[in-house]
Design a protein around this ligand. Sequence first.
Ligand SMILES: Nc1ncnc2c1ncn2[C@@H]1O[C@H](COP(=O)(O)OP(=O)(O)O)[C@@H](O)[C@H]1O
Ligand SMILES: [Mg+2]
Length: 286
Amino acid sequence: MNAMPGMGGAARIVSIEGIARRFPGLTVFQDLWFHVDRGEFVCLVGHSGCGKTTILNILAGLDVPDEGGVLVDGREISGPSLDRAVIFQGHALMPWLSALENVAFAVSCRNPGWDKARVRDAARAALARVGLTQAAERKPAQLSGGMKQRVGIARALAVEPKLLLMDEPFSALDALTRGTLQEEVSRLVTEAGQTAFMITHDVDEAILLADRILLMTNGPEARVAEVVQNTLPRPRARANLHHMPGYHPLRDHIMDFLITRSRTLAGKPPEGWDSRRPPVVVPAEA
Ligand SMILES: Nc1ncnc2c1ncn2[C@@H]1O[C@H](COP(=O)(O)OP(=O)(O)O)[C@@H](O)[C@H]1O
Ligand SMILES: [Mg+2]
């Protein structure tokens, strides 16, 4: 779902305002600005080490920027919250709980007033949406990698977060499972009108899922060099993505960035650079 233009602040779920993160001898990034609007799916693409996980951890409230701030619904965040559910690269399930109990635990944290039956019903419904009804009573050790990631997806969506955060959630899976889960996430997020922010270095994954793709230069002092608008119509399917008009210019543009410009643009920004307004590109029209 695309964010509605002209809604200004009302549509803005997340504002990243001039954040910096530094470690001794290393500025991972500084003066970083971007936003995510309600119902939007934003992907962040960049090479290893440019600071993607650091950004996601800051959004999740698991890390704190050295400068700048993060606003969610106009309010500065302070620590983790179920408003911002994370799907991690590893599944991060509690091994002693069944799939159903893992989801139910999150639902009950989110809705402390709900009785047991209501929590279980909501957790069952969430598992059903990812096709895991039959596996509800199984422990993580009894589930395949793809099934564990599905439980993670069900758990994240079951708390109806304002913002769904994903850090390369499918990168540990085989190609077939990855493709299936990408399409499931696409469908679930679209159905729920869920606002999402995802990190990936899989270009086709970004093209399948995102409304906007933020391209980050290599670190240190990484920055969002460009914002790519993905105007490919929805629904999108992996199987026919490459037949869609506009797909190839879009893919070429991102690949060129990753192969060349992520490196040549790295380091000090050019004269007159405004980090609040990186260039917006629509490759399909270029
Ligand atoms: N706790 C830390 N202490 C020191 N350096 C760190 C720490 N966390 C991350 N870094 C460094 O910050 C940079 C960005 O890391 P990260 O956000 O994990 O990148 P990405 O997810 O894009 O691969 C890397 O150079 C990494 O080594
Ligand atoms: Mg990372």
